[in-house]
Design a protein around this ligand. Structure first.
Ligand code: AMP
Length: 253
Protein backbone atom coordinates (compact mmCIF):
# COMPACT_ATOMS: atom_id res chain seq x y z
CA UNK A 1 0.00 0.00 0.00
CA UNK A 2 1.26 3.47 -0.85
CA UNK A 3 1.30 5.53 2.36
CA UNK A 4 0.22 9.15 2.06
CA UNK A 5 2.17 11.85 3.92
CA UNK A 6 0.88 15.41 3.75
CA UNK A 7 3.16 17.55 5.90
CA UNK A 8 6.85 18.32 5.33
CA UNK A 9 7.55 17.92 9.07
CA UNK A 10 5.89 14.49 9.20
CA UNK A 11 7.93 13.34 6.19
CA UNK A 12 11.16 14.67 7.66
CA UNK A 13 10.51 12.81 10.93
CA UNK A 14 9.96 9.61 8.96
CA UNK A 15 13.10 10.20 6.87
CA UNK A 16 15.15 10.61 10.05
CA UNK A 17 13.70 7.55 11.80
CA UNK A 18 12.16 4.62 9.88
CA UNK A 19 13.85 5.62 6.60
CA UNK A 20 17.20 6.55 8.09
CA UNK A 21 20.08 4.98 6.18
CA UNK A 22 17.81 3.79 3.35
CA UNK A 23 18.33 4.93 -0.23
CA UNK A 24 15.36 7.04 -1.27
CA UNK A 25 14.31 7.60 -4.90
CA UNK A 26 11.97 10.49 -5.61
CA UNK A 27 9.56 11.14 -8.50
CA UNK A 28 7.99 14.62 -8.33
CA UNK A 29 4.78 15.03 -10.37
CA UNK A 30 1.69 17.18 -10.73
CA UNK A 31 -0.56 14.11 -10.81
CA UNK A 32 -2.92 12.88 -13.54
CA UNK A 33 -0.46 10.03 -13.74
CA UNK A 34 0.21 8.07 -16.93
CA UNK A 35 2.72 5.52 -18.25
CA UNK A 36 5.40 8.24 -18.50
CA UNK A 37 5.26 8.86 -14.76
CA UNK A 38 5.13 5.11 -14.11
CA UNK A 39 8.35 4.56 -16.07
CA UNK A 40 10.11 7.00 -13.70
CA UNK A 41 8.69 5.13 -10.72
CA UNK A 42 9.86 1.78 -12.09
CA UNK A 43 13.38 3.11 -12.56
CA UNK A 44 13.37 4.51 -9.02
CA UNK A 45 12.21 1.17 -7.63
CA UNK A 46 15.05 -0.62 -9.41
CA UNK A 47 17.68 1.74 -8.02
CA UNK A 48 16.50 2.55 -4.47
CA UNK A 49 15.31 0.84 -1.32
CA UNK A 50 12.36 3.23 -0.96
CA UNK A 51 10.44 5.12 -3.66
CA UNK A 52 8.41 8.23 -2.96
CA UNK A 53 6.28 10.13 -5.49
CA UNK A 54 4.84 13.57 -4.90
CA UNK A 55 1.72 15.15 -6.34
CA UNK A 56 1.54 18.92 -6.12
CA UNK A 57 -0.01 21.13 -8.79
CA UNK A 58 2.37 24.01 -8.23
CA UNK A 59 0.58 27.34 -8.78
CA UNK A 60 3.80 29.39 -8.99
CA UNK A 61 4.82 27.72 -12.26
CA UNK A 62 1.53 28.50 -14.02
CA UNK A 63 1.63 31.82 -15.82
CA UNK A 64 -1.94 31.26 -17.06
CA UNK A 65 -4.67 31.07 -14.42
CA UNK A 66 -7.05 29.14 -16.67
CA UNK A 67 -4.39 26.51 -17.34
CA UNK A 68 -3.99 26.04 -13.56
CA UNK A 69 -7.75 25.79 -13.01
CA UNK A 70 -8.35 23.22 -15.72
CA UNK A 71 -5.28 21.08 -14.88
CA UNK A 72 -6.65 17.54 -14.27
CA UNK A 73 -6.65 16.27 -10.65
CA UNK A 74 -7.90 12.65 -10.58
CA UNK A 75 -6.50 11.86 -7.12
CA UNK A 76 -8.32 8.54 -6.47
CA UNK A 77 -7.15 7.18 -9.82
CA UNK A 78 -3.59 8.41 -9.15
CA UNK A 79 -3.51 6.66 -5.78
CA UNK A 80 -4.67 3.40 -7.38
CA UNK A 81 -1.90 3.73 -10.01
CA UNK A 82 0.76 4.46 -7.39
CA UNK A 83 -0.40 1.42 -5.44
CA UNK A 84 -0.20 -0.87 -8.43
CA UNK A 85 3.20 0.57 -9.40
CA UNK A 86 4.47 -0.23 -5.91
CA UNK A 87 5.30 3.33 -4.81
CA UNK A 88 6.05 3.19 -1.09
CA UNK A 89 4.98 6.75 -0.28
CA UNK A 90 3.02 9.62 -1.77
CA UNK A 91 3.97 13.08 -0.54
CA UNK A 92 0.82 15.17 -0.99
CA UNK A 93 1.28 18.67 0.44
CA UNK A 94 -1.00 21.68 0.01
CA UNK A 95 0.03 25.21 -0.95
CA UNK A 96 0.44 26.46 2.62
CA UNK A 97 2.69 23.57 3.51
CA UNK A 98 4.95 24.23 0.51
CA UNK A 99 4.94 28.04 0.66
CA UNK A 100 5.02 29.13 4.31
CA UNK A 101 6.80 32.24 2.97
CA UNK A 102 4.02 33.02 0.47
CA UNK A 103 6.62 32.75 -2.35
CA UNK A 104 8.75 35.63 -1.07
CA UNK A 105 11.80 33.46 -1.70
CA UNK A 106 12.52 31.94 -5.09
CA UNK A 107 15.23 30.24 -7.13
CA UNK A 108 16.10 31.98 -10.41
CA UNK A 109 18.32 30.87 -13.24
CA UNK A 110 19.43 33.57 -15.62
CA UNK A 111 20.30 31.90 -18.88
CA UNK A 112 18.58 28.77 -20.21
CA UNK A 113 15.42 29.54 -18.21
CA UNK A 114 14.87 32.62 -20.39
CA UNK A 115 14.87 30.62 -23.65
CA UNK A 116 12.42 28.17 -25.26
CA UNK A 117 9.45 27.67 -22.89
CA UNK A 118 10.83 30.35 -20.56
CA UNK A 119 10.55 32.97 -23.29
CA UNK A 120 6.84 32.21 -23.67
CA UNK A 121 5.91 31.51 -20.04
CA UNK A 122 7.28 34.34 -17.88
CA UNK A 123 8.18 33.13 -14.39
CA UNK A 124 7.50 29.50 -15.24
CA UNK A 125 10.97 28.16 -14.47
CA UNK A 126 11.32 30.28 -11.31
CA UNK A 127 8.24 28.42 -10.06
CA UNK A 128 9.55 25.04 -11.21
CA UNK A 129 13.03 25.47 -9.72
CA UNK A 130 11.69 26.86 -6.47
CA UNK A 131 9.24 24.01 -5.91
CA UNK A 132 11.79 21.35 -6.91
CA UNK A 133 14.35 22.87 -4.51
CA UNK A 134 11.76 22.76 -1.71
CA UNK A 135 10.74 19.19 -2.55
CA UNK A 136 14.35 17.95 -2.77
CA UNK A 137 15.16 19.57 0.58
CA UNK A 138 12.08 18.07 2.24
CA UNK A 139 12.34 14.56 0.82
CA UNK A 140 16.07 14.07 1.35
CA UNK A 141 16.23 11.88 -1.75
CA UNK A 142 19.39 10.19 -2.97
CA UNK A 143 18.12 10.16 -6.55
CA UNK A 144 15.38 12.17 -8.27
CA UNK A 145 13.92 11.17 -11.64
CA UNK A 146 12.89 13.59 -14.39
CA UNK A 147 11.45 12.91 -17.85
CA UNK A 148 13.20 13.97 -21.04
CA UNK A 149 9.78 15.03 -22.34
CA UNK A 150 10.50 18.20 -20.35
CA UNK A 151 14.15 18.34 -21.38
CA UNK A 152 14.66 22.03 -20.61
CA UNK A 153 13.26 21.43 -17.12
CA UNK A 154 15.57 18.44 -16.63
CA UNK A 155 18.64 20.52 -17.63
CA UNK A 156 17.65 23.39 -15.33
CA UNK A 157 16.99 21.11 -12.36
CA UNK A 158 20.28 19.27 -12.90
CA UNK A 159 22.13 22.60 -13.11
CA UNK A 160 20.44 23.79 -9.91
CA UNK A 161 21.34 20.59 -8.04
CA UNK A 162 24.99 21.08 -9.02
CA UNK A 163 25.05 24.84 -8.35
CA UNK A 164 23.61 24.44 -4.85
CA UNK A 165 25.44 21.20 -3.95
CA UNK A 166 22.18 19.35 -3.41
CA UNK A 167 22.43 15.80 -2.19
CA UNK A 168 20.14 14.25 -4.82
CA UNK A 169 21.50 12.93 -8.11
CA UNK A 170 19.22 14.09 -10.95
CA UNK A 171 18.46 11.24 -13.35
CA UNK A 172 16.95 11.69 -16.84
CA UNK A 173 14.44 9.13 -18.16
CA UNK A 174 13.42 8.67 -21.81
CA UNK A 175 10.13 10.09 -23.11
CA UNK A 176 7.30 7.55 -23.16
CA UNK A 177 5.09 7.87 -26.23
CA UNK A 178 1.85 6.53 -27.61
CA UNK A 179 2.18 4.21 -30.63
CA UNK A 180 1.29 7.28 -32.72
CA UNK A 181 4.48 9.00 -31.49
CA UNK A 182 2.60 11.48 -29.29
CA UNK A 183 4.48 12.08 -26.02
CA UNK A 184 2.29 11.10 -23.06
CA UNK A 185 1.24 14.15 -21.07
CA UNK A 186 -1.38 14.89 -18.44
CA UNK A 187 -2.60 17.69 -20.71
CA UNK A 188 -3.42 15.23 -23.54
CA UNK A 189 -6.61 14.39 -21.60
CA UNK A 190 -7.76 17.97 -22.24
CA UNK A 191 -7.54 17.65 -26.04
CA UNK A 192 -10.97 17.68 -27.68
CA UNK A 193 -11.55 14.35 -29.51
CA UNK A 194 -11.63 16.21 -32.82
CA UNK A 195 -8.09 17.58 -32.34
CA UNK A 196 -6.47 14.52 -30.74
CA UNK A 197 -5.65 12.81 -34.09
CA UNK A 198 -3.59 15.89 -35.05
CA UNK A 199 -1.43 15.80 -31.91
CA UNK A 200 1.10 13.16 -33.16
CA UNK A 201 1.97 15.57 -35.99
CA UNK A 202 4.00 17.59 -33.48
CA UNK A 203 6.66 14.94 -33.09
CA UNK A 204 6.45 13.92 -36.74
CA UNK A 205 7.23 17.47 -37.85
CA UNK A 206 10.23 17.65 -35.49
CA UNK A 207 11.65 14.37 -36.75
CA UNK A 208 10.90 14.71 -40.46
CA UNK A 209 11.58 18.39 -41.19
CA UNK A 210 14.92 19.52 -42.57
CA UNK A 211 15.07 22.54 -40.23
CA UNK A 212 13.32 24.08 -37.24
CA UNK A 213 11.81 26.69 -39.55
CA UNK A 214 10.41 24.05 -41.87
CA UNK A 215 8.92 22.19 -38.88
CA UNK A 216 7.24 25.37 -37.64
CA UNK A 217 5.77 25.98 -41.09
CA UNK A 218 4.44 22.44 -41.37
CA UNK A 219 2.85 22.66 -37.93
CA UNK A 220 1.18 25.99 -38.69
CA UNK A 221 -0.17 24.55 -41.95
CA UNK A 222 -1.63 21.58 -40.04
CA UNK A 223 -3.52 23.84 -37.61
CA UNK A 224 -1.12 24.26 -34.67
CA UNK A 225 -0.49 27.68 -33.16
CA UNK A 226 3.27 27.51 -32.80
CA UNK A 227 5.04 29.09 -29.81
CA UNK A 228 8.47 28.05 -31.02
CA UNK A 229 10.50 25.40 -32.78
CA UNK A 230 14.20 25.73 -32.06
CA UNK A 231 17.36 23.67 -32.44
CA UNK A 232 19.63 23.83 -29.41
CA UNK A 233 22.08 21.60 -27.57
CA UNK A 234 21.73 18.84 -30.17
CA UNK A 235 17.96 18.67 -29.84
CA UNK A 236 14.95 20.13 -31.62
CA UNK A 237 12.50 21.67 -29.13
CA UNK A 238 8.92 22.76 -29.81
CA UNK A 239 5.82 24.08 -28.09
CA UNK A 240 2.54 24.56 -29.91
CA UNK A 241 -1.12 24.92 -29.15
CA UNK A 242 -3.85 22.64 -30.46
CA UNK A 243 -6.98 24.58 -29.61
CA UNK A 244 -6.34 25.81 -26.06
CA UNK A 245 -4.02 22.94 -25.10
CA UNK A 246 -0.29 23.65 -25.14
CA UNK A 247 1.82 20.64 -26.16
CA UNK A 248 5.62 20.41 -25.91
CA UNK A 249 8.08 17.91 -27.27
CA UNK A 250 11.74 17.54 -28.18
CA UNK A 251 13.83 15.05 -30.15
CA UNK A 252 17.54 14.42 -30.62
CA UNK A 253 18.93 15.73 -33.91
P1 AMP B 1 4.38 16.36 -14.64
O1 AMP B 1 3.42 15.63 -13.76
O2 AMP B 1 3.87 16.60 -16.03
O3 AMP B 1 4.94 17.59 -13.98
O4 AMP B 1 5.61 15.39 -14.84
C1 AMP B 1 6.29 14.80 -13.77
C2 AMP B 1 7.53 14.13 -14.28
O5 AMP B 1 7.17 13.13 -15.24
C3 AMP B 1 8.47 15.11 -15.01
O6 AMP B 1 9.81 14.75 -14.71
C4 AMP B 1 8.16 14.85 -16.45
O7 AMP B 1 9.21 15.15 -17.33
C5 AMP B 1 7.88 13.34 -16.44
N1 AMP B 1 7.08 12.98 -17.61
C6 AMP B 1 5.91 13.54 -18.02
N2 AMP B 1 5.52 12.97 -19.19
C7 AMP B 1 6.44 12.05 -19.51
C8 AMP B 1 6.61 11.14 -20.60
N3 AMP B 1 5.74 11.06 -21.60
N4 AMP B 1 7.70 10.34 -20.60
C9 AMP B 1 8.62 10.40 -19.59
N5 AMP B 1 8.52 11.23 -18.55
C10 AMP B 1 7.46 12.05 -18.50
Amino acid sequence: MTKVVRSPAAWQRLRASALRGKSVGFVPTMGALHAGHLSLLRRSKRENGVTVASIFVNPTQFNDKKDLEKYPRPLAQDLALLNSAGADYLFLPDFRAMYPDGYRYKVTENDLSRALCGAHRPGHFDGVLTVVMKLLNIIGADRAYFGEKDYQQYLLVKGMAEAFFLRAKIIPCPTVREKSGLALSSRNALLPPKLKPLAPELRRALVESSSARAAAKTLARKGFKVDYVEDRLGRRFAAAYLGTVRLIDNVKI
